[in-house]
Design a protein. Sequence first.
Length: 341
Amino acid sequence: MAQSLAAFNTFGVEATCDSLFRFSSEQSIQDWLAGMPIPPEKFFVLGGGSNVLLIGHIPLTFLKADIEGISYREEGNDVFVTAGAGVNWHALVLDSLDNGYSGLENLSLIPGNVGAAPIQNIGAYGVELEQLFVSLSAVDLFSGEKREFGHAECEFGYRDSIFKREYRGKYIITDVTLRLSKKQQLVLTYGPLKELAASTDSVSAKDVSKAVISIRQSKLPDPETLGNAGSFFKNPVVDAEVFQKLKAQFPDIVAYPISESSVKLAAGWLIDQSGLKGYRRGDAGVHQQQALVMVNHGQATGEEILELAGHVKDTVNEKFGVALEPEVWIIGEQHVFEASR
Ligand SMILES: Cc1cc2nc3c(=O)[nH]c(=O)nc-3n(C[C@H](O)[C@H](O)[C@H](O)COP(=O)(O)OP(=O)(O)OC[C@H]3O[C@@H](n4cnc5c(N)ncnc54)[C@H](O)[C@@H]3O)c2cc1C
């Protein structure tokens, strides 16, 4: 019998899969795989469901690593924290701050679980996971063997890692180890955080976390009240030459240089300037304040949100000649048919 996934995705869409198995330990995953006749190609690993758009019936077996536990090991000023894949990301951030360790403050309130954080190298307000990442443990879904991955092996990039490419669908991550610090090394490069630093003599990691939480709450819709998966598209990266042409035509274009030869464009600005902020088709909509966020106003289906996203993509392409790529994983009958690369 099909398993409902409505409670397992932050878009809040009704979708189903063949079956869902939840695991509380690495060993239980290995034991289960050992006796499993289902081929691993038929698996999909789900975390908190905050970066997925699920469509209709998905003919796959969903696996969830609900592995709990947070442990710390101090070494000089460094603190190594290891957290189970099922730990809520924000709970880990708060726990580390409560223990007096800094490092995760800028990544406060990102939804989802620890196990998914390395997949797209989560990032916000000037910090990316990879800056703190030490290693992760994973179970190979094909052989059942455990494997450790160091930083270099994960091949992190902007919202990217090897787990979205060569190793897509091959591993279930069971825990993640990060390097935090007993000494504060705050990153206050992002505008409003700069202002925080300027406004007071001593800023603590907890202050930064509180500021990030309040910025996020004022800017981003809470999935509990308005279904969404955060930024639907990645910020597109274009050649400097392409950027110069766009700049000549659209002098206000919002962009950030990332190297001498490439520039990252603000996808939200492109969507906004295409006249789509607040655009709505039935219950599928573009958020009123954050054009990069697609939302479910109530009863939208995954298909309807996908159609809306297609319209957004086409409209931006017509106006700017820039192809937007999804950041969220779009999963439906044809399995994982957009991999947010
Ligand atoms: C309101 C909102 C704001 C957001 N803001 C940000 C932001 O600022 N920065 C940012 O980077 N992201 C942001 N996101 C996206 C999302 O929170 C992150 O991508 C998060 O890491 C997804 O975690 P999850 O547990 O929900 O993963 P899921 O959505 O369940 O899965 C995402 C991907 O990870 C894989 N995966 C999950 N768990 C495992 C595991 N244990 N082993 C192997 N693969 C696994 C899945 O197969 C899938 O490919 C936001 C989302 C929302 C809803």
